[in-house]
Write a protein that binds this ligand. Structure first.
Ligand code: 3PG
Length: 423
């Protein structure tokens, strides 16, 4: 996809609205809310610094969390402002209400090459509803618009798709980086491409599994997602977590197990050769799991899911991690890969009794000589926990947007930045 970039817009000595994604976790330190993970904030610095170096004034627009009217205080961007004050040399100002009469004057009066952070856009209902008047009022505050929030570009919100209707618009450096990394998976991956999908819920992953199955050489399934695949092939999942189907699926009598079954059946013909000669199905799910009565239980057992032993399994257990044989198989396949994409932990890694699977995969991915791309908040947290961040080639800071992009969907926020064919 060809999208307009900063060099296409030539913003110089102007006021530029930059949509960033400062939707970051906040944690209480000494009774005060502070930024828990600053990666998304720091990722915006390249674009902001470039615009400042070209004599522009920068107005930062973002959302934070999903506030409701009764709950605004908890979602104020004040902690982000405090962080920026410490972490940058920018001349900073804070605009609490971008719709106040004085807002435009406030921005005009700010010095050139300064940065104005605007309070949480979701405090106004026009943002999520993409009300044209809301977008227009924001657009009036600047001369140009830059989207540097790949992770919010799947949202048809005013600051993503509305403002570009009124101003010259392009993508920022960070957005372009995310796009380039993800496009490299979809368009020209070095093979074998191994995709690893885990996490508790299948709902947000199912479309990307379907699309990536068309591209990948193998998809290794883990976490709660795997339970759907076990059930699809007739294996008992006991008390393990199975996500309920959404209303539209349930209405026609379908659930995620049926979808998992379709995915397996649609991908029977494809093969990856393990060690160069053992053919494998494209969709690979665990051959054993670590189980316990509850996630807090220290009394764990390995359940072999091969047909010889499945009948002997007790029926009051939850599957909470992938087992040792699966770890071995997945590690061997990761070693063979030339490209790896990983999203979602292999088990309940926050509990030490169920961390081995995720830890082993984190180590294997970080040591791999393949091009490795990892996305999703929990997966990044796992890499951090197991000190494996350094070995990863690209850490995607987007969650839902990455999954939608890899599902082959056109992100609305990117579509509005697309270069028109000028021939
Ligand atoms: C994210 O964290 O994935 C983005 O900031 C989007 O947030 P949202 O899911 O609340 O729209």
């Amino acid at each position: 996809m060809q999208i307009r970039q900063l060099s296409d817009c030539h913003f110089r000595n102007q006021t530029i609205l930059v949509r960033v994604d400062y939707n970051v976790p906040l944690v209480k330190r000494k009774g005060k809310l502070t930024v828990g993970d600053p990666r998304r904030i720091r990722a915006s610095y390249a674009t902001v610094n470039k615009l400042l170096a070209q004599g522009n004034k920068v107005v930062l627009l973002t959302h934070l969390g999903r506030p409701s009217a009764s709950d605004y205080k908890r979602f104020s961007l004040q902690p982000v402002l405090n962080f920026l004050e410490k972490d940058t040399h920018w001349q900073l100002k804070f605009l609490a209400d971008p719709f106040a009469k004085e807002a435009k004057n406030f921005i005009d009066a700010a010095p050139q090459e300064s940065v104005i952070l605007v309070e949480n856009l979701r405090f106004g209902e026009g943002e999520k509803k993409n009300k044209p008047a809301f977008a227009k009022a924001l657009a009036k505050l600047g001369d140009g618009y830059v989207n540097d929030a790949f992770s919010a570009s799947h949202r048809a919100h005013a600051s993503i798709v509305g403002i570009p209707k009124f101003l010259p618009a392009c993508a920022g450096e960070f957005l372009r980086g995310e796009l380039k990394a993800l496009e490299s998976i979809l368009n020209h991956p070095k093979r074998p491409l191994i995709v690893i999908v885990g996490g508790a819920k299948i709902s947000d992953k199912v479309d990307s599994i379907v699309n990536l199955a068309k591209i990948a050489d193998a998809i290794l399934i883990g976490g709660g997602v795997a339970n759907n695949f076990f059930k699809a092939v007739g294996l008992a999942v006991q008390k393990s977590y199975l996500q309920d189907a959404p209303a539209d699926l349930a209405k026609v009598g379908l659930n995620y197990v049926d979808i998992a079954q379709d995915i397996i059946e649609d991908n029977l013909g494809e093969r990856l050769l393990k060690d160069g000669y053992i053919p494998l199905p494209k969709i690979i799910y665990p051959v054993d799991v670590i189980a316990a009565k509850t996630p807090d239980s220290k009394n764990t057992q390995i359940i072999d899911l091969t047909s010889a032993t499945k009948v002997q399994a007790p029926d009051d257990l939850m599957y909470l991690d992938i087992g040792p044989k699966t770890v071995r198989l997945y590690k061997e396949l990761i070693t063979q890969a030339k490209t790896v994409f990983w999203n979602g932990p292999m088990g309940y890694f926050e509990k030490p009794a169920f961390a081995t699977g995720t830890k082993s995969i984190a180590r294997a991915v970080s040591k791999s000589s393949a091009f490795t791309l990892v996305g999703g908040g929990d997966t990044l947290a796992a890499l951090e926990e197991f000190k494996c961040l350094k070995g990863i080639d690209y850490l995607s800071l987007a969650g839902g947007a990455t999954l939608e992009f890899l599902a082959g969907k056109k992100l609305v926020g990117l579509a509005v930045l697309e270069k028109k064919d000028e021939s």
